[in-house]
Design a protein around this ligand. Structure first.
Ligand code: MG
Ligand code: MG
Length: 240
């Protein structure tokens, strides 16, 4: 899983370099596919429940599960969430990041910063003996402090040999007292909105958008609970 996560991190490293005005989300998908294949892994999303691509590319008010398209060309001031999974040796890494396209408004910049902060506050709670609610609460506290909407219908999940394993992880407190144990691997993925909480699925049956059309951000890491500090699996492996 550590190496699957490394490959996912390689994709994000490249996304950060190539995302700029004028590139299509389909091009981003091809770049991600090639990096995954060159590293002897397979794109976990491709064909998952019929999904047609290696990344989910969700622009502005799209929250998650956007399908990469040739005719979706990024423009200055957009934000784009890229979600990617790689399977290596039978194990999966899953991570999403939301990128600014060129210079974005201070309001959008705040949305990105706060959603990333919510992810890292949640990761800090991934300790043996804590409960799932501690992780969920961490996201909710940051979102509420900044008066951002919280996507309710989607959330984090266990991940390992399959992409979506138990438990489901809400991005707000629900009273789940399931205890975390060393060895658990969970994808934590806050999705926060500039407007209200509500989202809806588009007629393409994949793309999830905010109902009020306000922008949404999504940050995700796959994280391992250890006997000590939580370990982020979807980051670059340090050599040596
Ligand atoms: Mg993901
Ligand atoms: Mg996920």
């Amino acid at each position: 899983m550590r190496h699957a996560g490394h490959i996912v991190a390689l994709v994000h490293q490249k996304m950060a370099q190539v995302i700029e005005p004028g590139i299509s989300t389909k091009e981003l998908d091809s770049i991600a596919y090639n990096i995954i294949r060159e590293n002897k892994a397979t794109p976990s999303f491709l064909g998952y429940n019929g999904f047609p691509a290696s990344i989910c590319a969700s622009v502005n008010h799209e929250v998650v599960h956007g399908i990469p398209r040739e005719d979706v060309i990024l423009d200055k001031g957009d934000i784009i969430s890229v979600d990617v999974g790689a399977t290596y040796g039978g194990f999966i890494g899953d991570s999403a990041w939301t990128y600014p396209v060129g210079k974005v408004t201070p309001e959008l910049q705040r949305l990105l910063c706060v959603t990333e902060e919510a992810l890292f506050c949640a990761i800090k709670q991934m300790r043996a003996g804590n409960v799932l609610d501690d992780v969920s609460s961490a996201v909710e506290i940051v979102a509420k402090r900044e008066k951002l909407g919280i996507v309710r219908q989607y959330g984090g999940h266990g991940v390992g040999r399959r992409m979506h394993e138990d438990p489901f992880l809400f991005n707000y407190k629900v009273g789940d007292k399931t205890q975390l144990k060393a060895g658990y691997t969970i994808a934590i993925e806050p999705m926060l909105n500039l407007g209200g909480d509500d989202v809806e699925v588009m007629p393409d049956k994949w793309t999830v958008c905010t109902v009020d059309q306000k922008a949404s951000a999504h940050f995700e890491h796959t994280v391992l609970v250890t006997d000590g500090e939580p370990l982020i699996l979807t980051q670059l492996e340090v050599k040596g």
